[in-house]
Design a protein around this ligand. Structure first.
Ligand SMILES: Nc1nc2c(c(=O)[nH]1)N[C@@H](CN(C=O)c1ccc(C(=O)N[C@@H](CCC(=O)O)C(=O)O)cc1)CN2
Ligand code: MG
Length: 296
């Protein structure tokens, strides 16, 4: 029997916990957590994500600040906005929606965010803290994947994990998180040899390559836990489109012990973890204890 890892339901529970934590924090004399989301340009998917983030933030009882800038905004204007948000005491989390337009130097923009407000966990200070076991802001998508894995498996100790993909946003931080759980971690990518054989040895397979249906069922060890981070829009063959993951769900579901669907798997966890990170950032900013149940 394969277990479907229902990220949508898990995320709904986490969002309830976030709302409770907001109440606890304010009752303890802390601030109402505030999240500023910056969107540059009009990418259709990014607009949907930014709207969802704003709605979810408000539903959790937090303050949402949305900043929309035109696609041709000079980088200096974005930097000036970030500088203002960095010193705004009502803003505890800052998120710049990615991808940014071409004229922007993404690394420089991320580096301009105060690491304490970097609720995406992309700033090199947080990357370094995560790698060295410090008190990092943990990137939302890998954090959500880890929560789903812990929910499915309990302890991950000693398990063989393969992370497919080496992005700064998902693959690399995912590998760090799994290492910290005492997994034996392999990071595979487009140049990896014998990918199928490698994947077949994995007790945990995290696919984050952005290639629709790339992982077929016969790459999966029977009983393995499969986390599909891919969100790929493909033609539905009838003039419309549908979302699929990096894993070929139909063939994988009969082999895996547990698997996330797309949609409704990792995606909703990303936004729930963003809310959780924002509460954590607000608690840290006011030197109050971090509410339990929001992070690692
Ligand atoms: N600054 C950031 N930019 C981006 C991030 C990020 O974490 N920080 N991640 C992605 C996009 N993303 C959030 O920003 C995101 C993607 C997908 C989902 C989600 O819930 N997906 C649904 C399906 C939604 C649909 O129908 O299109 C699902 O998988 O069920 C949430 C957030 C890139 N940019
Ligand atoms: Mg690659």
């Amino acid at each position: 029997m394969t277990t479907l890892l229902d990220g949508k339901a898990f995320a709904a529970r986490l969002r309830l916990r976030v709302a409770e934590a907001v109440t606890e924090l304010t009752a303890a004399g802390g601030p109402v957590p505030g999240l500023a989301v910056v969107l540059v340009g009009e990418d259709a998917a990014s607009q949907v994500y930014v709207r969802s983030k704003g709605r979810a933030t408000r539903e959790a009882g937090m303050a949402s600040f949305e900043h929309r800038l035109p696609v041709d905004t000079p980088q200096s204007v974005l930097m000036a906005l970030i500088a203002r948000l960095n010193v705004d005491p009502t803003v505890h989390g800052i998120l710049v929606q990615l991808p940014l337009p071409e004229q922007m130097d993404t690394a420089a923009v991320i580096a301009a965010i105060d690491p304490a407000k970097d609720v995406d966990g992309f700033h090199i200070s947080n990357v370094g803290l995560l790698a060295t076991g410090g008190r990092a802001m943990v990137p939302c998508t890998p954090l959500g994947c880890l929560m789903l894995l812990r929910g499915a498996l309990g302890s991950l100790r000693g398990l063989d994990a393969v992370v497919l993909g080496r992005s700064n946003i998902v693959g690399k931080p995912m590998a760090q998180l799994l290492l910290a759980e005492d997994c034996t971690v392999t990071v595979a990518h487009s140049r990896t040899r014998n990918l199928a054989d490698l994947c077949r040895r994995a007790d945990i397979l995290v696919a984050a390559v952005g290639r629709p249906g790339m992982v077929p069922g016969d790459w999966i060890k029977p009983g393995a836990t499969v986390i599909d981070v891919g969100i790929n829009r493909v033609s539905d063959g009838q003039g419309g489109s549908r979302l699929v993951g990096d894993v070929d769900f139909d063939t994988a579901a009969s082999v895996a012990g547990a698997i996330t669907p797309v949609p409704g798997g990792v995606g909703p966890m990303t936004i729930a973890c963003l809310l959780a990170n924002t509460v954590t950032a607000a608690a840290r900013a006011s030197d109050l204890p971090e509410p339990a149940g929001l992070g690692l």
